[in-house]
Design a protein around this ligand. Structure first.
Ligand SMILES: [Fe+2]
Length: 411
């Protein structure tokens, strides 16, 4: 066999081996973390491992989204789907890489009429230019992605807000609330990270803890362990109030609600409870501060009358609603008064790009309800960037957060 045929054969075997390793790693990872959802304790839940797994999965994300698998719609044969997904991903990526390397080889090859370069002169200027350009392009595109997947996505921050409410009684001036939202226990987010968020919340020593939905990412099996993660909040003796998000309903809304309720979280979807001004405990009769909730916009009904009718007018009403677009609904705007709506859902857009803004998670109201404290048509709305992720295993320029709100009377 001629020498060139042998070397091209070897090269093909090497490419095939790389393809096989990456398809196997990707499919195995998808099976372990996405489809089979392992136990939420043990070595597979370590944060560093999930960061690494998210990085291995990332190249398949655009293909997964095209096939709806990014939305966790896996079909009847999930393992076969995962193998096909990674086969397609790595065929495309390695073919692209081979084309780039071939183009590079052509570019660095000296012109036919050029003088041969003596070995002592080292790398040619042409080769240096081509490699520097390729290296810069690779770092510029891959660098932010790697940083986003392994660092930004798990770089938990505490975001502090002060909200002034005209009717706030003296007893609640300075009341500190901590909000945890969109923890998304599941393939992208391990239990260890949510425990870190819970510990951060408790370290802030809040008077009241609010949970605004999406406790699980994609399955009924995650419901019990997801609820269990909030047990330290209840055990601390602080009042904990929550509503469900759309992902909880995709899994099993009533089951998620029951799991949190059994733990001691007051679930207030289209209902309310009250915070006693003296004992700072929850009670059913109207006194102190009204803590109401509305159903999720996409998956539940939204009944402000059921949540708020009969609440004395002089009580401040805080309303938990997973999706902040709820604030724009005509029957919410025209319904009983709300003083502050507290929401999550959009994960701060999850990805923020220069000039493009938030291309992944969009609200019908543009960037208005993506994050922060904003004025809605009838009330202020506080929107958390959340703890976890959905759709893509990455946050870019949008860090996860625990929110701390201090309530003050109007100046
Ligand atoms: Fe979410």
């Amino acid at each position: 066999m001629p020498a060139t045929a042998t070397s091209s054969h070897r090269r093909a075997v090497r490419w095939a081996a790389v393809w096989l390793v990456m398809v196997t790693l990707g499919s195995l990872g998808h099976w372990l973390f996405w489809i089979n959802t392992p136990a939420n304790d043990g070595p597979l839940t370590a944060e560093w491992l999930r960061r690494a797994a998210n990085l291995v999965f990332f190249p398949s994300a655009p293909f997964a989204l095209l096939a709806s698998i990014g939305l966790d719609i896996w079909g009847a044969r999930p393992l076969l789907t995962a193998i096909l997904l990674h086969a397609m991903t790595w065929t495309t990526l390695l073919t692209t890489l081979a084309i780039v390397l071939r183009a590079r080889a052509r570019l660095v090859k000296p012109p036919a009429n050029a003088q041969p370069t003596p070995p002592s002169r080292g790398i040619s200027r042409r080769r240096l230019l081509v490699d520097a350009s390729l290296g810069t392009a690779t770092i510029a595109s891959a660098g932010p992605i790697v940083h986003g997947v392994i660092d930004t996505s798990f770089d938990l921050r505490v975001e502090r807000y002060t909200v002034r409410l005209p009717r706030l009684p003296k007893a609640f001036a300075g009341l500190r609330i901590v909000q945890l939202s969109d923890t998304h226990l599941g393939p992208r987010i391990p239990a260890a990270f949510i425990r870190r968020a819970v510990t951060t919340a408790l370290d802030l020593s809040p008077d009241l803890i609010l949970l605004t939905g999406d406790y699980v990412h994609n399955g009924e099996r995650q419901i019990a362990p997801a609820a269990e993660l909030f047990e330290p909040l209840v055990r601390s003796g602080r009042p904990v109030v929550g509503v469900l998000g759309n992902h909880d309903w995709y899994a099993n809304g009533p089951l998620m609600s029951r799991a949190l309720g059994d733990l001691g979280v007051a679930m207030v979807d289209n209902a309310r409870t009250f915070l006693d001004p003296d004992t700072r405990t929850l009670r059913p009769d109207p006194i102190g501060l009204c803590l109401a909730g509305l159903g999720d916009l996409k998956t539940d009904r939204i009944d402000p009358a059921r949540a708020l009718d009969g609440v004395p007018d002089d009580l401040v009403r805080l309303v938990l609603a997973h999706n902040p677009d709820t604030a724009e609904l005509p029957h919410v705007v025209a319904g009983p008064r709300i003083d502050l709506m507290i929401s999550g859902h959009y994960h701060g857009g999850q990805i923020k790009l220069p000039l493009l803004g938030h291309p992944v998670l969009r609200s019908p109201h543009g960037a208005k309800y993506i994050q922060g404290l904003v004025q809605g048509p009838a009330c202020q709305v506080l929107i958390s960037r959340g703890v976890g992720m959905s759709i893509l295993p990455i946050r870019l320029g949008v860090r996860p957060e625990v929110v701390e709100v201090t309530l003050l009377p109007d100046a």
